[in-house]
Design a protein around this ligand. Structure first.
Ligand SMILES: Nc1ncnc2c1ncn2[C@@H]1O[C@H](COP(=O)(O)OP(=O)(O)OP(=O)(O)O)[C@@H](O)[C@H]1O
Ligand SMILES: C[C@@](O)(CCO)CC(=O)[O-]
Ligand SMILES: [Mg+2]
Length: 351
């Protein structure tokens, strides 16, 4: 189960005539460019466009990205740049163009920045190529048609495959369609919540890498197949119960409180299972201990290993308590953000 990811990515996409394909990561102060002729030469033998990135295609991309220089602390960015190169050449081809990205989503913190990046790149490039929104370039922000969103989601998943290795598709799906998604038995179901769910996001600021964490869970599964199978079965049951609770109607304070208590218990159980999988972290445990002192339930989000933690904020919780929890967490060096689960998905705007 994932909440909607904040999608504050802004893309400026233009064709140009300087012979370069350029990617500017504005917030990070980085610009990468490739002569389009060089891309044509490197990729031409692969027979692009292709709907998936083959090992040969990934080899070409990796060699192009290895030539770039990334600041030491930003080495993880190379996978995002690889995903960009794949999406650009597959959707646009080798026509020179310029893409500028700005985002206020923290990178590698469990809030699905990789998926939001892939969804936004795919949408912007598909719109530039005319594959989507060709007959609908209205002014202001708007939502694409369902079949167009599905196309964007497919391409974004290919980008996620380059960044993550083996993504489930939940992050790009929730970034594209918004609302809430249940991922159960490898199937993604879009849910309708009966009311807003308030959460506190605490960013521990401990950096981590989703690909490595997911690989760590697979290795643990190979070492303890029976025990881990039981853990996954329990996670599955929790997802099912949680989706029933979220979709159930609650009309008065009593039923809302009962619903929230169920959510809290399920979150607590889920966190315990994530710890079993080896994806918790000392910083996450500090957040859990702190919020528990206020009888609030929390669980890690995304791949874990640091990053962000979610805490349910019950409807009747006084704002003075919320402020107290936030100041205690921020005194530990963490950063807090109050959010509501289940917002909008992808929107586009032509200027
Ligand atoms: N604004 C951006 N510009 C360029 N690359 C980005 C951007 N945002 C994310 N990425 C890419 O995504 C990578 C982070 O993805 P990762 O899956 O590890 O974390 P996440 O998506 O934030 O968290 P999670 O997958 O657990 O929800 C970055 O290292 C970078 O390659
Ligand atoms: C850890 C994971 O569940 C979400 C990462 O945001 C991986 C995935 O489902 O692709
Ligand atoms: Mg990710």
């Amino acid at each position: 189960m994932r909440r909607e990811k904040q999608r504050k990515f802004v893309f400026l996409c233009l064709y140009n005539d300087d012979g370069l394909v350029e990617l500017e990561l504005k917030d990070l102060g980085l610009v990468f460019s490739w002569p389009s002729q060089r891309l044509r030469e490197m990729f031409s033998e692969l027979g692009l466009p292709s709907k998936t990135c083959s090992p040969e295609c990934l080899k070409v991309i990796t060699s192009l990205v290895e030539e770039l220089s990334f600041p030491e602390a930003k080495i993880g960015l190379s996978s995002g740049v690889s995903a960009f190169l794949y999406l650009y050449t597959s959707i646009i081809g080798y026509r020179p163009g310029k893409v500028r990205v700005t985002s206020d989503l923290p990178l590698g913190s469990g809030l699905g920045s990789s998926a939001s990046f892939c969804v936004s790149v795919s949408a912007a490039l598909l719109a530039l190529s005319g594959a989507v929104c060709a007959d609908n370039q209205q002014k202001g922000w708007f939502v694409m048609r369902e079949n167009e969103l599905e196309l964007v989601n497919k391409w974004a998943f290919q980008g996620e495959r380059i960044i993550h290795g083996k993504p489930s598709g939940i992050d790009n799906t929730v970034s594209t369609f918004g609302s809430m998604i249940m991922f159960r038995l490898s199937e993604l179901t879009r849910l309708k919540s009966s009311g807003p769910i308030r959460m506190l996001i605490t960013n521990t600021k401990v950096g981590r890498n989703t690909k490595a964490l997911v690989a760590g869970v697979s290795e643990r599964t190979q070492r303890h197949p029976d025990a881990m199978a039981a853990v996954f079965t329990a996670v599955d049951s929790i997802s099912k119960e949680l989706s029933d609770v979220i979709q159930s109607a609650a009309h008065d304070d009593v039923s809302i409180t009962a619903k929230e208590e169920k959510l809290e218990e399920l979150m607590e159980m889920n966190q315990g299972l994530l710890q079993c999988m080896g994806v918790s972290h000392a910083s996450i445990e500090t957040v859990l201990r702190t919020t528990l002192r206020y009888k609030l339930a929390s669980k890690l989000t995304g791949a874990g290993g640091g990053g962000c933690v979610l805490t349910l904020l019950p409807t009747l919780l006084p704002s003075t308590i919320v402020d107290k929890v936030i100041s205690e967490l921020e005194a530990c060096g963490f950063q807090c953000l109050k959010v509501e689960v289940g917002g909008k998905g992808l929107e586009v705007c032509f200027t």
